[in-house]
Structures are given as C-alpha cells and as structure tokens.
Design a protein around this ligand. Structure first.
Ligand code: F6R
Ligand code: MG
Ligand code: MG
Length: 365
C-alpha cells in the first residue's frame, strides 16, 4: 500500500485586526488555490486558522520535503498575501521572508510539520496548532504524552507502549540533534527539553511499532530572519490509538496550562490556553497564547473530520486557570519572568538600548 504523507504548513500572511485573526477571504483564497493547483498533487486538504496564522493541512503521496508540495503551499500563501494586501490587512506577507520559492519552504519563513507512514486500518491523528508561541511549547505536552505514566495510562497498561518511545531532540541554536531512548533516558532528556527556547522535540517514535508517532515544526522565524518578525506559532501532528497514546491521553496535558514564551511582541511568558478554532483570537495583551487541537480520521488519505477538541466543556477549567495565571503574569508588567530574559530579547530592543547607553556604561570602582 502506498504511504501517505500528512503535511501541515502554516504562515502568518496578514491579520485582522492587528495580530488576532485571519480574514475569511484569506482562507477562501488558500482553499481555492489548493483546490485548483493541488488537483493532481493532493489527496485531500483542510484550510483553517489559529489566531493570525493560516494553516494548510494536506495529505498526499509525495513524501516529506517534497518541493512540489512546498511550492504549492508557498504559492497559496503568496496568493493569500495578495488578498491581505488588497484589504490592507496588518502584517501582509509577514512570514514570507523571501521573494521567491527555492526548492524547500523550510527556511523561507513558514512552519512545517510532516510525516509519512503507512495508513493503519484506522488512523486517528490530532493536529495541534498554536499562536503567540514558539516550537518549544510542545516539549512539555509531548513529554507528558509519550513519557509520563501519570498522564498516559497506556505507558503502563498497553503492552505495545510499555517499551516506551524514542525522542528526537533538536538544538535550534547549534543545529544538532540527538535521540533519547525513553523511559531509561528521561532524566538526561529533561536536562535539554526543560530549556524549550533552545532544545525542541522534533519527532517521537514508537519503539514497539517502529513507527513515527509525532512530529512538530521547529522553524524559528527570528533566528532565520535575524531580526524580530513575529512568533513561530508552531504546529504538531500526533498519531493516536492502537499502540500510540489514546486521543484522551494526547489531549490531557493541555488541561493544565503551562507557561510558554511568545505572548505580546514575542517577548513575554504566558499560559498556553486551549481553545476552539472559533475562540482562537488572541485579544488580551495580544493573547494569552492559544492552542487548537483538530482531530481527523484518515481514510485512504482523505481527512475525515475535524473534531474541534478544545471546544469541549471539559477544557473550561483549563481556560479559567489560564486566565488566572494570565492575571498573575500580567501583574509583573515588564519584569521577568513575565518578560523574557535578556538573551531571548536579543532580536528585539536590547541591542539598540545597549548602543545608546554604551558611553554611559562605566566600570564599577
Ligand atoms: C504578533 C504578536 C503581537 C505583536 C504586537 C506588536 O504575533 O505577538 O503581540 O508583536 O502586536 O506588533 P507590531 O510590531 O506589528 O505593531
Ligand atoms: Mg501576526
Ligand atoms: Mg501568529
């Protein structure tokens, strides 16, 4: 059976109003573009948004890193950018760092999470998409889903999960990667992934099934651009059930909002609030950071769904908790740890302020 590739490619190509939402015309434009130009390339697609990020969910047989699929996504974003420009939307074309496509969309601005696998007799997947945060936001939930038996009962109970999972962790600063075999290496791994601004879980593999279980986008917009552009607003794909974590185990970490970086000007920590696609409109202080989870059943590559999981009342308390945490964090104003630490502000104001004060900075006697 031909392998299926699931590609989630996203970009912020303009917001309404400010950085809070995607105009329906942009979604229509991207949808029409994929329908027309993806006719012979895609099996299926679903266009959505989280906050000001336009999300293209696509299935095909071209494998990961296919230049044809990446070009299709790039051109759909360019087309949507045109619409954003006509409407004078805010930040039109913001995440498209280059004028033209050059083989692979990675490195050009958009975020990419892709995996190729043989579709199982039943293939449930959950796609997480976040706004106002960075790829490291997935570290804590992915750890809980695939390595914490207090979150995932299957690690104890399911013989197909008991052997654990391998985690591929990327160092986004040094451009290196390492694979941790868990559970035996969880303490070593936590030293790294506890620093989500630098080390990110790229992919997770089932050791029993020898199959990819999860993958995330690890593009860091500001590191690519060398200046502040916007936040990465990452995506993550998780396969569920039958030797993978159950859907409920995959969603469970989001019932306790954890602190992530990326709120207001990409420069503040705040709670990651689970919400429905409709409620994914960051407002308060341009936030708090949001995460949406859409579930699909794959059927010969067709995307059956979605199920908008965080629309469920079971996440009301998480939202309430996130609002309480947001109150507290906001009360700190421009002080750390609400504001990010200086080294993380490197691409924003700090160098300019430093330059201005350079003459007045004198040694302490
Ligand atoms: C964008 C974001 C926002 C902006 C802020 C300032 O994803 O997080 O908080 O950083 O609204 O935007 P500019 O600099 O475009 O006026
Ligand atoms: Mg934006
Ligand atoms: Mg965004």
């Amino acid at each position: 059976m031909a392998k299926i590739t699931l590609s989630v490619i996203k970009a912020d190509v303009g917001g309404i109003v400010g950085h809070s939402d995607v105009h329906p015309d942009l979604m229509k434009s991207a949808s029409n573009y994929l329908a027309e130009h993806g006719k012979n390339l895609l099996i299926d697609y679903y266009v959505t948004h989280v906050g000001d990020d336009l999300e293209l969910i696509m299935t095909h047989n071209q494998g990961v890193d296919s230049s044809e699929i990446h070009k299709l996504a790039w051109d759909a974003f360019m087309e949507a950018t045109e619409v954003a420009r006509q409407l004078k939307l805010y930040g039109a074309g913001q995440d498209l760092l280059e004028d033209s496509f050059s083989g692979n969309i990675k490195g050009l601005g958009p975020g990419v999470a892709e995996m190729e696998f043989e579709e199982r007799p039943s293939e449930p997947v959950v796609i997480f998409m976040a706004d106002k945060t960075e790829p490291g936001a997935w570290n804590l939930p992915l750890y809980k889903i695939f390595a914490d038996p207090f979150n995932t009962a299957g690690l104890v109970i399911d013989p197909k999960m008991h052997q654990g999972f391998d985690f591929e962790v990327h160092d986004l600063i040094e451009n290196k990667k390492v694979v941790f075999h868990c559970p035996e290496e969880i303490y070593d791994m936590l030293v790294f992934i506890g620093a989500p601004g630098r080390y990110c879980i790229k992919s997770v593999y089932s050791r029993t099934l020898n199959e990819i279980a999860a993958t995330s986008s690890t593009q860091r917009l500001n590191l690519m651009a060398g200046r502040y552009v916007g936040k990465d607003d990452p995506v993550c794909i998780v396969r569920c059930q039958s030797g993978m974590p159950a859907v409920g185990e995959v969603l469970e970490p989001f019932s306790k909002p954890h602190l992530v970086s990326g709120w207001m000007r990409g420069s503040h920590h705040g709670p990651l609030m689970p919400c429905s696609e409709k409620a994914s409109t960051p407002t308060r202080f341009d936030g708090p950071p949001r995460v949406v989870a859409l579930g699909f059943q794959l059927c010969n590559g067709k995307l059956v769904g979605p199920q908008d999981y965080f629309a469920d009342v079971a996440y009301d308390r998480a939202r309430q908790k996130a609002n309480e945490i947001a109150d507290y964090m906001r009360s700190l104003g421009p002080f750390e740890p609400h504001r990010l630490s200086l080294d993380e502000l490197e691409y924003t104001t700090m160098p300019q302020v430093m330059e201005k004060l350079a003459q007045r900075l004198v040694p302490i006697e």
